[in-house]
Every structure is written in C-alpha cells, then in structure tokens.
Design a binder for this molecule. Structure first.
Ligand SMILES: Cc1ncc(COP(=O)(O)O)c(C=O)c1O
Length: 450
C-alpha cells in the first residue's frame, strides 16, 4: 500500500495556499473589510472553516455551478451541505417562488399550498401528520419536546458523533466511554450528560442497555450516519432499533435531512422504516428556509391533547415565520418538480460514476482509502475499511490531508463540503462535472505519492 508523504503534503499545502491567495484578491479584500463589522469576517462563524485562508465570496449560482467575485466558475459538489441538493435557483421553481413573493410572504395564516405539502409528505414518507418550521434544527428540537411530553421521560439517546443541527441535547460525545460536551460546544446550557445518553451506532447490546432503565424519551437517529462521512447501518440494525425502542416505550425519531439523498422517499421509504416521528429540512424548499416534522397517528393523537388552546402559543414550539407562505410554496414546487423519481434516476447514477472514478484512482495508486455512497451522496475515506460507528469515523479524520484535497480541488474549480470529503449530486450535475472531479482527484493524489 502507498503512504502519503507527510513532508510533501506540508510543502504542497503551502503551494496551494499561495495559489489560492494569488488568484482570489477580491475575496481577500472583502474578507478584510468584513472583519470590521462581522464577527470573524463572516455572517455565520462556521463559514471560516474552508480550506483557503478566507472564504470565497459568491456572486451567483445556477444549477450545479456558481461563480465568485474574482470571476472564477466552480462545480459545486457541496451544494450548501445539502441545502441546495436541488441545484441553485432551479428554473422549475423560480416562477412559483417569485410569484409567491409578489403576493406576500408572512401572514401567520395558512395558504392552500400547506394542504398539498401535508398530503404529499404523508404519501412520500408514510407518516400521516405534519408541522412546518424553518430549520431542521428547530424540527428536531420540537420533535424532542413532543417525545418528552408524551413519555414523561427526560433523556434523549443519540449516536456518538451524530449531527442534528445545534440542538443542545445532541452536542454530546463519549470521552473514554463517558458522556460529555462535544469538542467546540460553546456554553452548553447544562452538561449534556444530564440530558443525553450516547452510544455507538450499530451497537445493539449498548442500545439494549441504554434503554433498559426506561428513562429515555426517544432515540434521535439518522438512518445512516452522514455527518462524519457515510456510515451504513449493519444488516438487521434498523429492525433491532425499532424492536428495542418499541419494547422499552421509547419513541424513534428519524432525521432524514441528509439521507433524503437515498431516494425521493428518503431512507425511510426505500428501506421501509417505521419511525414515530420524522424530520427533514435543508433541500425540501430548494434553499428557501423551511423544514418539517411528521408523526404517526398515535403520536398525533396524544400530542393534540397536550396543550389547551389558550396556551398553544407558549408551548415551546413555534417561530413567528414558521409555516410562512413562501416556505410552503417552495416546498410544494420542490416536491412536485425537483425531488422527483425522474431526477433521482439521473442523480444516483452520477454519484455511482463519482464512486467508480475515485475508486479507480485509489486502486491505481494502491492507497489504503475507500469510497462510500448513499444514493446521490458519495464520500472518500482515508482508511481501508468502512467505519461502523462515529468513533471509528472520527479516528480516520486527517485534517491536513482534508485541507489539502479540498484546497487542491478549489484551486481547480471544484467545491467539496468543508466538514468532510463529501460530494453531492444535484439534478443539474453533469457527467463532465463528475469526470472533471475524478481527474483533479487523480492529480491531487499524484502530487502526494509520486
Ligand atoms: C442530519 C441533520 N439534521 C439536522 C441538521 C440541521 O440542519 P439546519 O442547520 O439547517 O438546521 C443537519 C445539518 O447539517 C443535519 O445534517
């Protein structure tokens, strides 16, 4: 097996950094100016976590491509970390969205689009009742509230190194087997050990043990983990998860915000899962902020009676802009025209092409790396076997190598997701976009091992 030459990696990283600085003067200038009014020079702090020493400032995006203020064009394989999995400004949604904006956005009253959306979500994902909010983070927070209210239990169970948005209870990881705040967790409201149990994904005995005490309101799970790279469930894991949660009176919340890449009905529809609650955000409105959570008949029946009408506005579930007319119009048209079986039938083979191309390069250079794929999402790993859980995935992270691969790609007009080596395919991505990435990936590898 070939090993990456670390001295060379450090040298090449500097070369790429210089190239980036030299070719992005306008972004650099804007970033300097932004320091004076925006904390860290960006509208949201994580926007500094790109491979270059400053973020590129975007001018516009269309389909699978975007351009920056220095006049560079990029193939976008990040797609707003799934928020733009629909492609940027898809033509098929623009008329609907602009018409809605001209007719008003926020009323605190429903529009007829809500009914189409509720009916379509029920048909697609198999849960009968739905609510609309603005972000997947909020949808998860509200689902947790419902779970606690119905079970009268305080704890939540998540998987080590999960990500479900900035939900306090989920910002917990195992430290030598003990639950504590995740690294970077800024000002946790309480030590998450008080609210959260954390176990490894794919560990059935740990799940049995954690739920046996009957104090866990719900398991919040991505059906396949995606936020430390793609980690597939073992065969039979979902059956066990469902059986144990039911037996112990624990509700099961499935978060499909990323795994909607599996197919038009997400992982849930593709693999016949039966969650009690279901969450999805990000691409469901083609980039317009919106998210939804759905629930089973039984959960809906029990939830309806929880709060008297006079207190319904102070039950902790809300957001003045939630369920606004623009979100609903965007969801309606996205479900009707973008997240369609026809588009998935294009997107998934392109992700397979990505997987094949990257695998060929890895094999050619005899690297101990692999590629994993879930529907139209693919990701390469710097380890020889698929990780089965978050700890194994975290141990495989190689920050310098990540930075280098990302920067090398960025300097050649390809954007990968900043937090891992993920590529996502939109309905507008082309074969030549994918093949360009394979070529650049090969070049990057050659620069490290030749
Ligand atoms: C699985 C999952 N759920 C929820 C979220 C939160 O989404 P948002 O940041 O849009 O609230 C994310 C974000 O990456 C996610 O990956």
């Amino acid at each position: 097996m070939t090993a990456v030459d670390r001295t060379r990696l450090a040298q090449q990283l500097e070369v790429e950094q210089e190239r980036f600085d030299k070719t992005h003067p306008k972004s650099h200038e804007l970033f300097q100016r932004a320091q004076k009014s925006l904390l860290a020079g960006v509208p949201m702090s994580w926007m500094v976590k790109w491979a270059g020493s400053f973020p590129v400032f975007v001018t516009s995006g269309k389909g699978a491509h975007f351009s920056d203020v220095d006049g560079h064009e990029y193939i976008d394989l990040c797609l707003g970390d799934t928020g733009s999995m629909t492609g940027h400004a898809p033509d098929v949604v623009l008329d609907t969205i602009t018409a809605r904006m001209k007719q008003g956005v926020t009323f605190m009253l429903p529009t007829e689009d809500a009914i189409y959306v509720g009916e379509e979500l029920a048909r697609r994902f198999g849960l009968p009742y739905w609510q609309v909010c603005l972000t997947a983070t909020d949808a998860n927070r509200f689902a947790l509230r419902i779970a606690r209210a119905l079970t009268k239990r305080s704890k939540v169970l998540v998987f080590n190194y999960c990500y479900h948005g900035t939900v306090d209870e989920t910002f917990a990881t195992l430290h030598d087997g003990v639950v504590g705040p995740r690294s970077g967790n800024l000002g946790p409201q309480v030590n998450p050990a008080e609210t959260t149990k954390v176990i490894e994904f794919n560990d059935i005995p740990a799940l049995e043990a954690a739920l046996a005490s009957g104090d866990v309101a719900c398991v919040l799970a991505e059906p396949a983990m995606t936020n430390m790279g793609i980690i597939h469930p073992d065969a039979g894991y979902h059956d066990a998860l469902r059986e144990i949660t039911r037996r112990t009176g624990t509700l099961l919340i499935v978060d499909e915000t990323h795994t909607i890449c599996t197919g038009p009905g997400g992982y849930t529809r593709t693999y016949g899962l039966k969650p009690d609650l279901f969450v999805i955000g990000k691409p469901i409105g083609s980039g317009i902020p919106t998210a939804v959570y759905g629930m089973s008949e039984e959960v809906a029946d029990r939830t309806r009676t929880q709060t008297p009408l006079e207190d319904i506005d102070t039950n902790g579930i809300g957001g003045t802009l939630s369920g606004n007319a623009l979100s609903l119009a965007a969801m309606r048209v996205t479900l009707e025209k973008v997240l369609t079986p026809q588009n998935y039938a294009r997107m998934i083979p392109l992700a397979q092409r990505f997987e094949l191309g990257v695998n060929e390069v890895i094999a050619k250079h005899e690297l101990p790396w692999i590629v994993k794929r879930l529907g139209c999402r693919a990701e390469y790993w710097f380890r020889p076997t698929p990780p089965r859980n978050g700890s194994e995935a975290a141990a495989a992270v190689d920050f310098d190598l990540d930075q280098y691969m990302h920067l090398f790609a960025l300097n050649r007009g390809i954007l990968l997701t900043p937090f891992h080596n993920m590529a996502l395919v939109s309905p507008y991505t082309s074969e030549s976009d994918i093949d360009r990435h394979t070529l650049v990936f090969d070049e990057a590898v050659r620069s490290l091992v030749a």
